[in-house]
Design a protein around this ligand. Structure first.
Ligand code: LLP
Length: 436
């Protein structure tokens, strides 16, 4: 068993987060319950800012909202002085409604609908990150119609395949994202931008993948990107001001995981960038980062209540919990593994190997072969590092209402997303008159 953030085992041998007893949280708010550790979240934001700002003259850290976006999250990130990377009209709307400054927000997406681009332009987001050649014309047309000039960055694919699950590799040539450098598609797009009057090209972007432990992939990406910036200067005379390196830093999901520290990440990135720029005689660009998982991942814990415990003799013991695929699709999608703690008996030795499964009409295996104390129905299981891409990817499969989320800090728990009700499930359903 390992503990993260402000997690500790209290005098009653219960798991505590942010000074709140997880057994009490489960009683008060029900399960499944997402718990967000405010102190840990703020600490990560500060680590990012201070590690990069100490080492680099001009840096902008934008939280990648796709990892977890709620209005309260926007407020926290805003208070910590970070920017925000949004990847859809819905994420942008959430940020705007929460009062997040558009000037610190940028919009991503490989398929931006006209409405999403219009919303970005009306609200005044700082950048639109262009993903493809046709999108240049689309944004140019919409900006012209609105009498605006759009500040854009172009997403390129540096041709790097970092070590991680294939579904979350994004910087390789064979990817739906961005314009390939190697394939010769990136440079013509850059050149064409200067012919489009309602676009102002500010920089280039890349994002090589997610849940990365190898910092060498970032160093290689920087080498590729800086040599591309040099080629842009040589061929067009244009010195682009901004280099956005995306996100991707990995986090600890299981005991054996040893992700790099944010400070180590910052050191590798800033050293490589300074070195590469010096090599080719380029001034230092403004550095933009878009961490998602490494800001919120370890700050999140999911609480479940154990139900039926089924032993298949000589094979395995299944423990069903009151959630599953709908609140955490990551095991099914990426064979993701997690650390699990019995929150009401956190002091007891873990002596049994069990497989935790969800309650969907599917084989929704959540956590295979985890070591826990002997369990009983009613026990509270706490799953670590569920802050990123859990609630964000949650669904209503089997018409499960989505869980609530509480923000915990110094013994206080506040609901930041209320639990969905059965009524919520019907909110968008309509019965045509002829079927009534
Ligand atoms: N910037 C861009 C352009 C991205 O596409 C992503 C993630 C990020 C930043 C943030 O990456 P992070 O720091 O969180 O690794 N659902 C998957 C992860 C998909 C990541 C998509 N893009 C998962 O649960 O592992």
């Amino acid at each position: 068993m390992f503990l993260l953030g402000t997690q500790r085992v209290n005098e009653e041998a219960h798991l505590e987060i942010g000074g709140c007893d997880c057994v009490e949280l489960a009683q008060t708010h029900g399960t499944p319950l997402y718990v967000v550790d405010e102190a840990e979240l703020r600490k990560r934001c500060r680590e990012y800012r201070s590690s990069f700002e100490q080492r680099y003259p001009d840096v902008h850290v934008a939280f990648a909202g796709k990892a977890l976006l709620t209005m309260a999250l926007c407020r926290l990130v805003e208070q910590e002085g970070l920017g925000l990377d949004v990847a859809s009209g819905g994420e942008l709307h959430t940020a705007l409604q929460a009062g997040f400054p558009p000037a610190r927000t940028h919009l991503h997406g490989n398929y931006k609908a006209d409405d999403e681009i219009r919303l970005a332009l009306t609200s005044g987001v700082s950048r639109i990150i262009v993903d493809s050649d046709p999108e240049l014309d689309q944004i140019n047309r919409l900006a012209a119609e609105m009498g605006k000039v759009a500040d854009i960055a172009i997403r390129v694919s540096p041709g790097i395949k970092p070590k991680t699950h294939t579904n979350i590799q994004t910087g390789q040539v064979d990817s739906k994202f961005g314009l390939g450098i190697e394939t010769g598609q990136a440079m013509p797009a850059i050149k064409r931008t200067s012919t489009l009057a309602s676009l102002n090209l500010v920089g280039v972007h890349c994002h090589i993948g997610s849940q990365l432990f190898g910092l060498d992939s970032y160093a290689r990406a920087i080498e590729m990107m800086v040599s591309f910036l040099k080629a842009v200067r040589d061929e067009t005379g244009l010195e682009l001001a901004e280099l956005n390196l995306g996100g991707g830093l990995g986090i600890k999901y299981v005991e054996a995981d040893e992700p790099p520290l944010v400070a180590e990440f910052a050191q590798v990135v800033t050293d490589a960038l300074k070195e590469e720029c010096a090599k080719v005689g380029l001034g230092l660009p403004r550095l933009v980062l878009e961490p998602g998982r490494s800001i919120v991942g370890e700050a999140g814990t999911t609480l479940y209540t154990a139900g039926v415990i089924k032993e298949v003799p000589q094979v395995r013991t299944y423990v069903s919990v009151d959630g599953g695929l709908s609140d955490n699709p990551r095991p099914a999608l990426y064979e993701a593994e997690y650390g699990v703690i019995c929150a009401n008996r956190a002091g007891e030795p873990a002596t049994e190997v069990v497989t935790v499964v969800g309650k969907h009409c599917e084989t929704d295996t959540l956590f295979r072969n985890v070591l826990l104390p002997p369990l009983q129905p009613g026990d509270i299981l706490a799953v670590q590092s569920t802050g990123a891409y859990n609630y964000a990817m949650a669904s209503n499969y089997n018409r499960f209402p989505r869980p609530a989320m509480v923000l915990v800090n110094e013994g206080c728990a506040e609901v930041i997303v209320r639990r969905e009700t059965y009524e919520d499930l019907l909110r968008c359903d309509l019965i045509p008159a002829r079927l009534r």
